[in-house]
Ligand binder design. Sequence first.
Ligand SMILES: C[S@@+](CC[C@H](N)C(=O)[O-])C[C@H]1O[C@@H](n2cnc3c(N)ncnc32)[C@H](O)[C@@H]1O
Length: 268
Amino acid sequence: MNTADLLEQIVREVQKGAAYQDVHPGLIRRVAAQMLQRKRNFREVVKATRNKIYQVGGAYFEQDFPYERWKAELATIDPRDKSRLSAYCRNILQQHASTRERLPILETFYETLFEPLAPVYSVLDLACGLNPLALPWMPLAPEATYLACDIYRDMVSFLNGFLNHLKQNGNVEWWDLLEGSPPYQVQVALLLKVIPCLEQLDKNIVLLLLQSIQAEHIVVSFPAHSLGGRRKGMPENYETHFRNLISQLPWQVKRYEFPSELVFVLNR
Ligand SMILES: C[S@@+](CC[C@H](N)C(=O)[O-])C[C@H]1O[C@@H](n2cnc3c(N)ncnc32)[C@H](O)[C@@H]1O
């Protein structure tokens, strides 16, 4: 069997796992191709591919998301009912580790970051996870466009339903960032807590990705803790690494520190 056929067979085998059937096939193929160089046999390549994808995606949620139940509940909510909508969104943001740790700072996070850029009329939320549910806390201009992407097809479909329900301009794409940014021109791109994940997939991808983003401002953040809750000098290490990485780029950098997140806003 030639390598291309073997790779397709590995991709199909990885997709047989329920947790992987909605993962972007381009990402599965890239990870499997890397593992094929390192592992000895078919089963090891499949296992290592699943493990890597779990580390960058599945590790952030404990169980399958009940999208059908969430959709049914959303259908009963009038988007003008701010208090029901925000209770609904908070509950869902709670289900993904990344947005869960942002909940205590949600009231000030986007207000602080977007205020100097106002009016914010277009956003591209890269590797968004469930973050589109934070839209009610984002001070956007009326008629603003909100675009986003992630690797899970079922998540992307749910998020598009959410945007439609809110009559929010924009959409969410099923997309693998190892291919670069989706080709949208926007005012503000969000790359929130994504860089450590992408570097686990490809050590050299981040600079290329940053250069592929067509935005006036890129908001980049890093977690202050590991998924397991340990701090172990993480923000300091991330900052040194990130400043090194962008030292070649002619962009201005503004730094913000929140209790659970370290943020850099890059201005072109
Ligand atoms: C730490 S979470 C951050 C989620 C969101 N940005 C936030 O701050 O709440 C990392 C996200 O990256 C997504 N992801 C991982 N690898 C990706 C890739 N190659 N392309 C696009 N998204 C990816 C995961 O599915 C997950 O939603």
